[in-house]
Design a protein around this ligand. Sequence first.
Ligand SMILES: Cc1cc2nc3c(=O)[nH]c(=O)nc-3n(C[C@H](O)[C@H](O)[C@H](O)COP(=O)(O)OP(=O)(O)OC[C@H]3O[C@@H](n4cnc5c(N)ncnc54)[C@H](O)[C@@H]3O)c2cc1C
Length: 370
Amino acid sequence: MACDTDVVIVGAGVVGLATGLAMAKRGHETIVIEAEATIGQGISSRNSEVIHGGLYYPTGSLKARLCVTGRRLLYSFLDKHHVAHKSCGKLVVATHPDEEPHLNAILKQAQDNGVEGLQLLTGQQARQMEPELNATAAIFSPLSGLVDSHGYMGALAGEISRHGGAIAVNTPFAGATPIKGGGFAIRTGGDAATELTARYLIIAAGLGAQKAAASIETFPDSAIPKLHYGKGVYFTCTGKAPFKRLIYPMPIPGALGTHYRCDLGGQARFGPDLDYVDTLDYSVDKTRAPAFYETIRRFWSSLPDDALVPDYAGIRPKLHGPGEAQPDFRVDGAEVHTLAGLIALFGIESPGLTASLAIGEAVAKKLVSN
Ligand SMILES: Cc1cc2nc3c(=O)[nH]c(=O)nc-3n(C[C@H](O)[C@H](O)[C@H](O)COP(=O)(O)OP(=O)(O)OC[C@H]3O[C@@H](n4cnc5c(N)ncnc54)[C@H](O)[C@@H]3O)c2cc1C
């Protein structure tokens, strides 16, 4: 049976858009459907906008491989499409000799992951780069950087359209039924509710991925991982930004730790922390500030009192609860859920922005060879 289109992708965040581009570039007629009125209103607009080197993730994991490959693809895409970014570099700092074994383990992990250009620095060498920094030792990652995520998503959308694809906003995915012989009958809701058929269906719905998967007939419940909301808040810093590079403390369980960045507009920001929550509430609780002062003062002791101002929050689509091991990205095909022609992405938390182009390529390769 001929389908209305080759591919429908649910979700127009960085991952859905990058995947849309990977499919459209391969000549597949592609439609990205998005529930909101504009692209990129989900996790992709509530993050640190850091281009990660790929240091921390277990070697061979999707996070490690797609972050390193994705970073390389991302810099080249941003250069080509004149999207604002800078490879400002990052320092991961040990602020006490007790932390140095952990720092050395991160360095070894990063080298095993193929991260380029890393240097282990003494505290003195780190202070030559950043005079206000407290550090007994540090890793310098020169290829870590910052990106204008909205500029990036705009460029992805432009490229999808240049390759003949389309993005339909205000178009919530309402469910799908597998068609005998191949493809899916897809239902959309909203004001212009409709039905269309597609040969391939990709769920890139971020925090909505589990709900979207559950609305696909015969998608096994056992193949839908439990979703946990991992909230992280940010504070801005009044006054002059103290550091030129990204400054990261030692990672904490489930997150990379409250870090410093001077964003592309010159604003100093700290965050995100990690707090498991039950609702999608993006307010920033002022009472989290004392923990921020404590963490930041370990690497920047002259942070003035009253310098931190509540900023914004993001919520990670976590697949693990507090105290549980942090799992890998899930790029699930028929081998997991039995539905040929369908890929469901779950748990695309950090470094999903950095990895997005590589995730898109991985999905396209997996689907087309299905
Ligand atoms: C606090 C925080 C900090 C982070 N920092 C970084 C960082 O510095 N660097 C990095 O590399 N990564 C970072 N990440 C991770 C990164 O932001 C995400 O991995 C990435 O943005 C996920 O993109 P996405 O497209 O999967 O999800 P989203 O951007 O959420 O896109 C999913 C889209 O699907 C839509 N949708 C949902 N349900 C439906 C439906 N039924 N029908 C139609 N549309 C639907 C949503 O509206 C949304 O637009 C961070 C994440 C968080 C939370």
